[in-house]
Write a protein that binds this ligand. Structure first.
Ligand code: ADP
Length: 514
């Protein structure tokens, strides 16, 4: 910038054959600061000298927003002058001074001045020429300023990017990497090749499995098509024994997607710990299942024994109930661990969801009758087949239905509705029970979560049912969600891809799972 300013003031000396020239830049507070000096001005001015607002002829050029001149700066009537400025001018020997403002888009960004040792008038040509020169210089200086600013911002951005322990990539159209930090290269196992300018597919292809890379590439393509707000997933890197979690954010410029920012975080350890936990649960529950089934069987035989007294039978019945609950818990934990690890074997087929719903509600009839609930099932005329594993689908319907029975006070009503669109069947169960507090709703589908208001009903539960429902719904390619007002009942919904008559799913219908 200083070099540029020097060239401007040097050109003024050559063009106008005067003895000195000074270029001032205007600070945000209105004061002027010396940016360039040439000729005899060097005897009086130093770079960085400051002129307060409105002082001397340069100050007047700013306040009047036009060229101003004087044949003798020391004899100019009404010209505010500081002692420092007077001393500087005296050292240069300037008497006649001409100042023009430097303006960009109506804003004065500085002043260009020239001075001569003799007291003389300035011609109109000189004034016009200096103003024209200043207009050009203003544009050049402004551009240089913008360039410096953008370079500074670029540097700051690079420093920020490099200071994070996550990998960050910016991908433009056509999967080209436009920016990347050092960690991204390290995490992706590509330290030796430059990421910037490379094709994301080729970069991921170095170490990531094809399937895990394909998901990120799909997200990138969707992001550039304008529908990929904030997706996430994992990149598996078997040779490096590494798992990276990625998240994407689209960057838009006036409604147009210009790129995608991908952050990469090494989650190898977290995944290993989760796997160990899941393996342990799976092992422990397997070990528990056989003895528990034995206990249950013995108790069933025991309560049928004629010689056993009524009191002892009642104890055995209680123990049998407890054993059944334990077996249910063990089974749920096993299902969760299989679904989480992707080890669940499924047999997907067309299932009549209406028939399945009626069977489940039939199985629940004793509980419904015991609580004196009124049950209604509303079904549209069409056949509502869905593509799913019947056992898993039954679990979803059973969990949601038994919750509706469980979390409603006696004498309540429960309505089940089945509707569909072209791709999905939507299943809804509504009750007028205790409902769910607002702040609990977003946690409902988390593992072991139970809302605080369940204490009012003295029911027992594990908080596993809805988590299982969510895992199954997602596995089916559907969604589950809830709508509720505390004290006014709840509605639970899930969607499942339609079977015959409906096309296979593209993207699940309904709001995202809570
Ligand atoms: P559990 O019933 O074993 O506690 P779930 O995972 O099935 O576990 O449900 C989690 C929590 O969601 C329940 O503890 C309860 O707080 C809430 N919940 C589920 N269904 C309903 C409902 N129909 N009405 C009110 N609260 C419900």
């Amino acid at each position: 910038m200083a070099q540029l300013a020097d060239r401007v003031v040097q050109a003024v000396l050559d063009l106008f054959a005067v003895q000195s020239s000074v270029l001032w830049s205007r600070d945000p507070d209105g004061s002027l600061v010396v940016l360039g000096i040439s000729g005899r001005a060097r005897d009086g001015f130093k770079l960085g000298d400051v002129l307060p607002t409105g002082v001397s002829l340069a100050g007047r050029a700013v306040s009047q927003g036009r060229a101003v001149w004087t044949r003798d700066v020391f004899a100019e009537p009404g010209l505010p002058m500081t002692a420092a400025q007077r001393t500087r001018l005296q050292a240069t020997g300037d008497r006649a001074v001409l100042c023009v403002p430097l303006a960009v888009k109506g804003e004065t960004i500085g002043v260009l001045s020239l001075g001569d040792g003799s007291t003389r008038e300035f011609t109109t040509e000189e004034v016009t020429l200096l103003q024209a020169f200043a207009d050009q210089a203003a544009i050049v200086l402004q551009n240089a300023n913008l360039y410096v600013e953008s370079q500074t911002q670029r540097l700051q951005l690079t420093q920020i990017l490099e200071s994070t322990s996550d990998g960050v990539l910016f991908v433009g159209a056509g999967r080209r990497v436009q920016a990347a930090n050092h960690h991204a290269g390290e995490l992706l196992g590509c330290e030796s090749i430059p990421l910037v300018g490379g094709d994301l597919g080729a970069i991921l292809g170095h170490e990531c499995t094809e399937a895990s890379a394909a998901e990120l590439l799909r997200t990138c393509a969707a992001g550039h098509a304008g529908d990929g707000h904030g997706a996430a997933g994992d990149l598996e890197m078997p040779d490096l024994k590494r798992v990276l979690h990625w998240e994407t954010r689209t960057t838009s410029d006036a409604d147009r997607t210009v790129g995608l920012t991908i952050t990469l975080h090494d989650v190898t350890q977290e995944r290993e710990i989760a796997q160990m936990k899941s393996d342990f649960v799976s092992f422990a529950t397997h070990q528990l299942r056989t003895p528990l089934s034995g206990i249950k069987w013995m108790l069933e035989l025991g309560v049928q024994e004629r010689e056993v007294g009524e009191q002892a039978k009642s104890y055995m019945q209680d123990a049998l109930g407890a054993a059944q609950r334990l077996i249910q818990l063990v089974n749920d934990l096993l299902d969760v661990s299989r679904l989480e690890s992707g080890r669940m074997k499924t047999a997907v087929q067309a299932v009549d969801l209406v028939g399945l719903t009626r069977t489940v509600l039939g199985d629940l009839k004793p509980q419904i009758d015991e609580k004196d609930h009124r049950l209604t099932v509303e079904v549209s005329e069409d056949v509502l087949d869905v593509f799913a594993d019947p056992q898993l689908l039954r679990q979803v319907v059973l969990n949601l239905s038994s919750n509706a029975v469980k979390y409603s006070r006696p004498g309540g009503w429960i309505t089940v509705r089945l509707t569909h669109d072209r791709e999905f069947v939507r299943w809804q169960i509504q009750d007028n029970g205790i409902g769910i507090p607002k702040e609990s709703q977003r946690h409902l589908f988390e593992k072991f979560y139970r809302a605080d208001n369940v204490v009012s009903l003295e029911t027992d539960g594990t908080g596993l049912g809805l988590y299982l429902v969510r895992l199954i719904a997602e596995q089916m390619g559907g969604r589950v969600w809830c709508e509720s007002e505390e004290g006014q009942g709840a509605s639970f919904f899930f969607t499942a891809p339609r079977g015959q008559g409906g096309s296979r799913p593209g993207s699940p219908a309904g709001p995202a799972a809570a």
